[in-house]
Design a protein around this ligand. Structure first.
Ligand SMILES: Nc1nc2c(c(=O)[nH]1)N[C@H]1C(S)=C(S)[C@@H](COP(=O)(O)OP(=O)(O)OC[C@H]3O[C@@H](n4cnc5c(=O)[nH]c(N)nc54)[C@H](O)[C@@H]3O)O[C@H]1N2
Ligand SMILES: Nc1nc2c(c(=O)[nH]1)N[C@H]1C(S)=C(S)[C@@H](COP(=O)(O)OP(=O)(O)OC[C@H]3O[C@@H](n4cnc5c(=O)[nH]c(N)nc54)[C@H](O)[C@@H]3O)O[C@H]1N2
Ligand SMILES: [Mo]
Length: 776
C-alpha cells in the first residue's frame, strides 16, 4: 500500500491519500470536468454511520425468523463473524429445504460501488446461484423501467441504442438542433456506472453551440441543460410530453413535412399513427391548440418547433426521467415516431437517442476489448418480477401479474437478501415498502453504513468501502481500465462482500464453499479476471502489461471502436441485409406484438393518456423527485459536498418565488410537504429555474421517520426523503416500471419545532446478546 493510490468510483477516477483532515482526493489528471461529488469521500471511512460489526435485530434473535414489523430505531445485537455465518447458514438451509429458490428474492437492486470484482450484485447473484440453485430475480431497472423492455420491440437493443449510436463527438461536429425532453443535466452525466475518467458532455455541447447549433429544452426545470449554454426553454407541465410530441407529429403530417421514403423503407405502422393523430380517439385530433391546454406550451411555439425539427439536422433526446412516470412508455415511443417521421435516424448526430446525458457512459465509443467481469453462475429459478414491483410481490403472494405479455404468479418470498442497494432510497411509497418487508421471515442486508434499509433488516453484514480493498474500475464506454488500489484496511470488522459471502458458504459446507470461491482469494480472482483483457490487448498488438505491471501503473488505456451510429447506421445503409432486432426488422411505429397483449394503458402505438395522479385541489403542486446533484442517489449523503447543499439541515425544496410568496415561504425556512402517502420536511430555496406549479425535491436524503406531530400522515420523514410522497404504481401493465419521478403535494410553512436529524445515527447497539443466539 503506497501513500497515494489510484482509485475509481461511479463519479470519477481519482487519487487519494490520508491527509491531515480526512482524505485528500484529487481527480484523475485526464478528466476535463471532474465532479465535486468526489469530495463526499473525504470523511466517509471513519464516519459514525459505518456498520462496524455483524449485527442482528434483537427481536429476530429472540423469536427467530418470521413475519413482523421491522421498525427503524429498534435495537441490534453485535455478534462475531462466526456466529453470524452460522445463523445465516441455518436460515439458508431452512428456506432452501422448505421453499427452494422461489422463497428467496435476490433482485437486490442498486448501484453499489464501481469495482467490477467486488460488484455487490454479481457477488450476491453468484452466492444465491451457488447455495440455492437460483433466486427470484428483478428485471429491468429503476432507471428505465418502461423504456428498456419497450425499445427492443420498437427499434433495437436498449443498451446498444443508448450507449453506442449517437455520440458526443457526432453532436459536436454535425448537429444543428437538439430537442431535449427532460434535458441532459451535467449533474447526471457526472456519473458513469463502473467509472468515468473524462467528462466530455459540457465541452461537446459548447462546440455545438459555437457552431450555431440550437438547443431546445423541454422540461419544467431550466438547469436540466447547462445554464451557460443558450437554450430555448419550453417549461412544460410534467407528465404531458406525449401531448406535445403528438401535436408536433400532427403539424408534420398536416404540412407535408414527413419523409415518405424513410417511412416506407425503414418503418412499419406509420399509417395507423397518422390516422390516430387526426382521429376522434383520446380527446380528438392532436392539434397544437389541443396540446397547448395540456402542456402549457403555446400552439404556435409547438408548430415552429415541428418545422425546425424537419428542416434542420436535428436530434431528439429523451431522458430517463420522462418515462419514470405513469404511462412512461408513451413519450419514448412518440419521440421515436416523431424522429422517424423526419427521416434522420441513422445519420451522425441526428435522429433519436434515448438517455444520452442521463449518464456519463452514454454517447461514447465502445471499448474494443472485454473488461473484467465476475461470472454469476446459472439461475435455475424462472420466477422474476419487474424490479419496481417489489412491494406488490411481497404483499400479494400468489397473485397473478404479467410483464411484457408474459403471465406469472408472485412467489411467496420468505428470505430477502440485499447487497449494494438501498430500497429505502429507491422505492416509492416507503410506508407501503415497510409493511411489505414486514411480511418476510428474514431480511439480510450487506452494507457499509447504517442506511434505513440496514436499520430495517434482521441481519446486517458490515462491508468494506472500495478504498479498503483492491478492484478494477471499468465500463464498456470509458477508454481506461483502472486498478482500484487499496488505501487502508477495512474499518472495524468490515469485510468485502466476497469475503462476507465466503464466510457464509464456509459455514454451509465444503461443497458450497468450493463452488463459490473456486479456491481463489480475492487477489487470485483479480489476477484471473484480468487475463481475458490482457490477452485481447495482446492479440490487437496493443500495450498489454502483465497484472503486476498494470497494478503498479494504476491504469491503462484501452483501444476503442471507431465512432459510428452503430446498428442504426448499418440499418440505414442496408435495411434488408442488416435489419433491426425488432419483430419486423424495421422501426415499429405500430407494434403488432404489443397490440396483441391487449393493454389499454399501453396499446400498439403511441397514444395520449393523461396521468391519473396529476395535481388536485388538495395536492396542487407537482413534485419532481429527480437525481441529486451533490451525490449519487443516497450514497454518502453525509459527505461534504452533499451536506453543503442542505437547507436548514434538510433536503432542499426548490420552488418558484411566486409560489413561495403565495405560501408565505422564504429562503432558509422549513416547509412541510404532504399527500395521501405521507409527509416530510424540507428546506426552502426559491428559484426562477423551476416552473410555477412545480417543486423539486431531489432524491437521496436518508430516510428519517419520526412521529408526526400533526398526526395526519402514516409516515413523516424529518429529513426530506421524497419517496415518502411518491406513488407505488407501475408505469403500465406492460412494463410495471418505477414512477417515482413525479408526485403531487400540498405544501405549507412548518412553524413547529425543527426535529433533530437521526438519519445518520446507528440504531441502538449492544454487544452482548440479551438472549443466546439460536443455532439451528
Ligand atoms: N422518487 C424517485 N425515486 C427514485 C428515482 C427517482 O427518480 N425518483 N430514481 C431511481 C433510480 S433511476 C435509481 S438507479 C435508484 C437508485 O437506488 P440505489 O441504487 O438503491 O441507491 P444507492 O444510494 O446508490 O444505493 C446503493 C447502496 O449500496 C451501498 N454500497 C456501496 N458500495 C457497496 C458495496 O461494495 N457493497 C455493499 N454491500 N453495499 C455497497 C451504499 O452504501 C448504498 O446504500 O433510485 C430510484 N429511485
Ligand atoms: N449527480 C447524480 N447523477 C446521476 C445520478 C445521481 O443520483 N446523482 N443517478 C444516475 C442514474 S442511476 C440515473 S437513472 C440517471 C437519471 O437520469 P434522469 O432520469 O434523466 O435524471 P433526473 O435528474 O431524474 O431527471 C431529469 C430531469 O427530467 C425533468 N423532468 C421530470 N419530469 C418531466 C416530464 O414529465 N417532462 C419533461 N420534459 N421533463 C421532466 C426534471 O426537470 C429532471 O430534472 O442519473 C444518473 N446520474
Ligand atoms: Mo438509475
Amino acid at each position: 500500500m503506497s501513500d497515494s493510490i489510484v482509485h475509481s468510483s461511479h463519479w470519477g477516477a481519482f487519487h487519494a491519500r490520508r491527509g491531515g483532515d480526512g482524505l485528500d482526493i484529487t481527480p484523475h489528471p485526464g478528466d476535463r470536468a471532474p465532479s465535486k461529488i468526489l469530495q463526499n469521500m473525504r470523511h466517509a471511512l471513519d464516519h459514525p454511520a459505518r456498520v462496524l460489526r455483524p449485527s442482528v435485530r434483537e427481536s429476530w434473535l429472540r423469536h427467530g425468523p418470521g413475519p413482523r414489523a421491522r421498525p427503524i430505531g429498534d435495537p441490534f445485537v453485535e455478534v462475531g463473524w462466526d456466529t453470524v455465518a452460522d445463523l445465516l447458514a441455518g436460515e439458508v438451509r431452512r428456506v432452501r429445504d422448505a421453499h427452494g429458490p422461489r422463497g428467496v428474492y435476490g433482485g437486490s437492486y442498486g448501484w453499489a460501488s464501481a469495482g467490477r470484482f467486488h460488484h455487490a450484485q454479481s457477488q450476491i447473484h453468484r452466492f444465491l446461484n451457488t447455495v440455492f440453485g437460483g433466486y427470484v430475480s428483478g428485471l429491468s431497472s429503476y432507471s428505465a423501467g418502461a423504456a428498456s423492455p419497450l425499445l427492443p420491440r420498437l427499434i433495437g437493443s436498449f443498451s446498444e441504442l443508448s450507449r453506442n449510436t449517437v455520440s458526443w463527438k457526432q453532436i459536436a461536429a454535425h448537429t444543428e438542433l437538439i430537442i431535449s425532453f427532460g434535458g441532459m443535466p451535467l449533474r447526471n452525466s457526472a456519473i458513469g456506472n463502473g467509472g468515468v475518467s473524462d467528462h466530455v458532455e459540457h465541452g461537446s455541447m459548447s462546440e455545438m453551440a459555437a457552431r450555431g447549433g440550437v438547443f431546445h429544452l423541454v422540461s419544467p426545470i431550466r438547469d436540466d441543460l447547462p445554464e451557460d449554454i443558450d437554450v430555448v426553454w419550453h417549461p412544460i407541465r410534467p407528465g404531458t410530453d406525449t401531448a406535445l410530441i403528438l401535436a408536433m407529429a400532427y403539424v408534420l403530417q398536416d404540412e407535408g413535412l414527413e419523409d415518405p421514403a424513410f417511412l416506407e423503407t425503414y418503418c412499419v405502422g406509420y399509417e395507423r399513427f397518422r390516422e390516430y393523430l387526426s382521429s376522434d380517439a383520446d380527446e380528438g385530433p392532436k392539434t397544437p391548440t389541443w396540446a397547448e391546454r395540456i402542456t402549457g406550451i403555446p400552439a404556435d411555439e409547438i408548430a415552429r418547433l415541428a418545422r425546425d425539427l424537419a428542416r434542420k439536422r436535428s436530434l431528439i433526446t429523451v431522458a430517463h426521467a420522462v418515462q419514470r412516470a405513469e404511462y412512461g412508455e408513451q413519450p419514448v415511443w412518440a419521440a421515436m415516431a416523431l424522429a422517424a417521421m423526419v427521416g434522420q435516424i441513422g445519420l451522425p448526430g441526428r435522429g433519436f437517442i434515448y438517455a444520452l446525458g442521463s449518464f456519463a457512459h452514454t454517447g461514447r465509443q465502445k471499448v474494443a476489448v472485454p473488461i473484467p467481469v465476475l461470472p454469476q453462475g446459472k439461475n435455475l429459478c424462472d420466477a422474476c418480477i419487474p424490479v419496481a414491483a417489489i412491494s406488490d410481490m411481497l404483499l400479494n403472494p400468489g397473485k397473478p401479474h404479467s410483464f411484457m405479455g408474459i403471465p406469472q404468479n408472485y412467489p411467496d418470498i420468505r428470505l430477502l437478501w440485499w447487497a449494494g442497494g438501498n430500497p429505502f432510497h429507491h422505492h416509492q411509497d416507503l410506508y407501503r415498502l415497510s409493511r411489505a418487508i414486514g411480511r418476510v421471515d428474514t431480511f439480510v442486508v450487506q452494507e457499509q453504513v447504517w442506511t434505513a434499509s440496514a436499520k430495517s433488516a434482521d441481519i446486517v453484514l458490515p462491508i468494506s468501502f472500495s478504498l479498503e480493498r483492491s478492484d478494477f474500475g471499468a465500463t464498456r464506454n470509458d477508454p481506461r481500465l483502472f486498478a482500484m488500489q487499496q488505501l487502508c484496511s477495512p474499518k472495524g470488522e468490515a469485510r468485502s462482500d466476497y469475503d462476507a459471502l465466503s464466510a457464509v458458504t464456509a459455514a454451509l459446507g465444503p461443497r458450497e464453499h468450493a463452488s463459490f470461491t473456486e479456491g481463489r482469494s480475492a487477489e487470485d480472482w483479480l489476477r484471473h479476471l484480468f487475463e481475458p483483457t490482457r490477452a485481447a490487448l495482446d492479440a490487437l498488438g496493443e500495450d498489454a502489461p502483465d497484472f503486476d505491471e498494470f497494478w503498479q501503473r494504476g491504469w491503462i488505456d484501452l483501444p476503442c471502436r471507431p465512432d459510428s451510429v452503430g446498428f442504426l447506421e448499418d440499418f440505414r445503409k442496408d435495411p434488408t441485409g442488416q435489419p433491426l432486432g425488432t419483430p419486423s426488422g424495421k422501426i415499429e411505429i405500430f407494434s403488432q406484438e404489443i397490440a396483441a397483449y391487449g393493454y389499454d394503458d399501453a396499446p400498439g402505438l403511441p397514444v395520449w393518456r393523461p396521468h391519473q395522479r396529476g395535481p388536485t385541489a388538495d395536492y396542487p403542486f407537482v413534485l419532481i423527485a429527480n437525481a441529486p446533484a451533490a451525490r449519487l442517489h443516497s450514497q454518502l449523503d453525509f459527505g461534504e459536498t452533499s451536506a453543503a447543499t442542505k437547507v436548514a439541515g434538510r433536503e432542499k425544496l426548490r420552488i418558484n418565488p411566486a409560489d413561495a410568496a403565495k405560501l408565505g415561504l422564504k429562503n432558509g425556512e422549513i416547509a412541510r410537504l404532504e399527500n395521501d402517502r405521507g409527509a416530510c420536511l424540507a428546506g426552502v430555496e426559491m428559484s426562477d429555474l423551476v416552473r410555477p406549479g412545480v417543486v423539486q425535491l431531489q432524491t437521496g436524503a436518508w430516510f428519517d421517520p419520526q412521529p408526526d406531530p400533526d398526526r395526519t400522515a402514516p409516515v413523516f420523514c424529518v429529513h426530506g426523503n421524497a419517496n415518502v410522497l411518491t406513488y407505488d404504481k407501475g408505469t403500465s401493465q406492460l412494463t410495471h416500471g418505477c414512477t417515482g419521478q413525479i408526485g403531487r403535494v400540498a405544501i405549507r410553512k412548518w412553524t413547529g419545532r425543527a426535529p433533530p436529524l437521526r438519519a445518520f445515527d446507528p440504531p441502538p447497539l449492544t454487544s452482548s446478546p440479551s438472549t443466546e443466539p439460536r443455532h439451528d
